[in-house]
Design a binder for this molecule. Structure first.
Ligand code: ADP
Ligand code: MG
Length: 711
């Protein structure tokens, strides 16, 4: 029965070889089923006709039921007469005076004038659809959608769906309207019962969802807004439910396959460190999170935990203590950072924390080569290296451990299931894994992107930190800004100045930075300045960073290479130039470089005058709060999850076509609960009653490229 859905799209009336190619190349639509799965992005209510007389009523625009907020309306009437205007200095245009008996409006065209006068006839009845505006005190519709009454049965148009099309499609005459006709033809040609159901009947009735067949028909061919909502609800739920079912099933498969090392012992390293080397008291949040991690490490199950905490909340310390527990139990541990600078900084921090303790900590990055590299690799194999700090170099195949018990992944952005799986293969039994991120991830997003991880949150900063004061300045206020910087430096502080990457060309970015650097050197002849950017050799970069760290330079001019992890407590001012070019989470990350010492810190966001509404919101949020979670929520709302963090990159979620993690948070939760219920009731995933679900999940895994790569 499913055969009909795999029929070639060409076997649909109105689709010839030309359109077939276009559909395939532009939208990847090859079959009837593909077209059925190409959902409209909005709908416009065409069940109601307005009377021109009603246009005066302010109520009108509140009542227009469209999925977007555009006040499109539909009227029915006749053309009274045409006028062509070609006044000098004005655009040539054709105007049709159109009446429905209650009033007159102007229909206006600025191009295709001949087509208009030849096609539309005076006296003929038309349905006109468009967005009325007032021009010289008359209502007008510019380039309206025109339909001859009797041609299509307009009263049956119901809700009109709108489909995304590409420029190329438009050039070749394929519009949303063409797709609408195709999907309507398709829906009427697919026989009842040909669309298989993917949820259990019991779920449908319990969750008040409509069937798949009905949903797919209604999503393309709704009669009312209610139809649209019910269809969307059903299809969104289905998508999210299968993502969650996949995650939970994957997690349970993994748990069955692997045992976790049991770290029973606490001490002597952990205890010595806690008693002698820890220079301060742990925060309440750090203690709580340590308990959660401890419980994992003793549970006999492999830990896969995401540790979230704002920059500076003390995650590294928590990770270090977890590593000491591994060492106490005769295992090795490693910590992986995204950049060389960060890895080196971790190395320094950890060595400092473990001063005078019998722990060998080594570094492995791309620049550790030759004899040094052989020594480190040898020490890993014979077990004499206890803690390895490094970059992605750690997951290379040549790196073998004697007995790796815990792997910490710091500041992971692009670290998905596949990479984690690679870490597991480092020992006969996979090590415990602790993933740390300073980019707070809203709950619903975390549930989807990192749904296979347990989550711990450090929601408290170490005591004594003063909240960073964030100020917005326009780029014509630089003089006062320089004055402020000078004052801070005279008080012994240090300053970051960040230039954005413009990304048009690396060369230009570099020039931008060089020019900016020179300009700043001229402004501050009395200070020493450092400069760091992504194109420098690691050693050079390191040398410049060290100068700043040691206080030999007072100002560090940089691109975003300093975004993560850099720790210079004496730096108290972060100036971000062209701040409008940065996303919220990036701004927040950058700001986190200051506020690490006891002194009051400042973040100055410099922008030009022309700010889009979205940029203004971003800047306002930054000035308003230091709370990373609030910022992440706002970011998700402003940008949507799409470019926040590709779902593909996590490797755990299937692509979402209709559900929106930002907007459909409640459905994410519902689908998680529902998937949990199914797994709990069927831990072996083999109950005949659920066969439908497991079969469909298998199909999805097969067709999802990312997933296929992992399993
Ligand atoms: P994160 O990795 O979460 O950004 P770090 O672990 O780098 O944060 O901690 C930031 C700074 O705060 C470090 O200098 C660290 O030594 C210090 N720190 C960590 N925990 C505490 C604490 N409980 N009390 C005081 N200072 C702390
Ligand atoms: Mg850190």
């Amino acid at each position: 029965m499913t055969d009909i859905l795999s029929q070639d799209i060409m076997y649909l009336p109105g689709v010839g070889p030309h359109r077939k190619d276009l559909l395939d190349s532009q939208l990847h639509i090859k079959t009837w089923g593909d077209l059925l799965g190409y959902y409209p992005y909005k709908y416009v209510d065409r069940t109601k006709f307005y009377r021109i007389a009603e246009f005066q009523s302010p109520m009108l625009f509140d009542n227009v039921a469209s999925a977007g907020s555009l006040p499109f309306v539909q009227i029915k009437g006749r053309i009274l007469s045409f006028d062509t205007y070609s006044d000098p200095g004005q655009k040539r245009r054709v105007v049709a005076h159109f009446s429905d008996g209650s009033g007159v409006v102007d229909l206006v065209w600025f191009h295709g004038l001949r087509y208009v006068t030849q096609t539309y006839k005076i006296g003929q009845e038309y349905v006109v659809f468009g967005r009325p505006t007032i021009f010289q005190q008359r209502w007008q519709f510019a380039h309206p959608d025109m339909e001859k009454v009797g041609e299509t049965n307009v009263t049956e148009m119901g809700m009109q769906p709108y489909y995304m099309t590409t420029e190329k499609m438009k050039d070749r005459g394929m519009t949303s309207r063409s797709l609408e006709k195709m999907t309507k033809a398709l829906v009427t040609r697919i026989p009842q019962g040909a669309i298989p159901e993917t949820l259990l009947p019991e779920q449908l009735s319990r969750l008040h969802l409509i069937g798949r067949e009905e949903a797919l028909r209604k999503i393309h061919y709704p009669q009312s807004m209610d139809d649209v909502q019910r269809a969307q609800m059903r299809l969104k739920f289905e998508e999210l439910f299968y993502v969650q079912l996949n995650i939970l099933r994957y997690t349970s498969e993994r748990r069955k396959k692997y045992q976790g090392y049991v770290f029973k012992r606490i001490g002597p390293l952990f205890n010595d460190f806690y008693r002698d080397n820890l220079p301060f008291e742990l925060t309440g949040a750090q203690k709580r999170v340590m308990h959660e991690i401890r419980a994992d490490l003793c549970s006999g199950r492999q830990m896969n935990r995401l540790l979230q905490g704002d920059v500076g909340s003390g995650k590294t310390l928590v990770a270090l203590m977890a590593m000491l527990i591994a060492l106490d139990n005769g295992f090795q541990a490693c910590i992986m950072a995204p950049t060389e600078i960060l890895a080196e900084q971790h190395l320094a921090t950890i060595r400092e924390f473990l001063k005078d303790m019998p722990v060998r900590v080594e570094l492995l990055t791309g620049i550790v080569k030759g004899k040094r590299r052989r020594e480190v690799l040898g020490g890993l194999l014979d077990g004499s290296v206890n803690i390895l700090v490094g970059t992605h170099a750690i997951i290379e195949d040549t790196v073998q451990f004697h007995r790796l018990g815990l792997a910490v992944v710091d500041e992971q952005h692009r670290f998905g299931v596949a990479q984690r799986a690679k870490l597991w293969s480092k020992s006969d039994n996979p090590p415990h894994i602790l993933v740390m991120t300073a980019t707070p991830i809203p709950r619903t997003l975390a549930m989807t992107l990192y749904g296979d991880l347990d989550v711990s949150v450090i929601n408290e900063l170490p005591p004594g930190r003063k909240p960073i004061v964030t100020i917005h300045k326009y780029d014509n206020q630089m003089t006062s800004l320089y004055q402020g910087i000078r004052q801070q430096i005279h008080q012994g502080r240090q300053v970051y100045v960040v230039f954005p990457l413009i990304e048009e060309s690396e060369k230009m970015d570099l020039k931008n930075l060089e020019d900016g650097f020179k300009a700043l050197c001229d402004v501050f002849p009395e200070f020493s300045l450092s400069k760091v950017h992504g194109r420098m050799k690691p050693a050079e970069k390191e040398a410049e960073m060290q100068k700043f760290l040691k206080g030999e330079t007072q100002i560090l001019v940089a691109t975003t290479v300093i975004e993560v992890g850099v720790n210079v407590p004496n730096a108290s001012v972060m100036v971000i130039l062209d701040a409008q070019r940065f996303g919220l989470s990036q701004l927040h990350q950058l700001r986190g470089r200051v506020g690490r010492g006891a002194k009051q810190s400042y973040c100055i966001l410099v922008t030009n005058y022309k700010l889009s509404e979205e940029t203004r919101k971003r800047i306002d949020i930054m000035c308003d709060t230091n709370d990373g979670f609030r910022i992440a929520e706002a970011d998700l709302k402003l940008r949507g999850p799409g470019d926040l963090e590709g779902t593909q990159q996590s490797g755990i979620a299937f692509d979402l076509k209709i559900a929106d993690i930002a907007r459909d948070g409640q459905l994410v939760q519902l689908s998680r609960d529902e998937a949990q219920k199914i797994i709990d009731g069927d831990p072996e995933c083999n109950l005949p009653a659920n066969a439908l679900l497991w079969n469909h999940l298998r199909e999805l895994r097969k067709t999802n490229v990312n997933w296929a790569e992992i399993s």
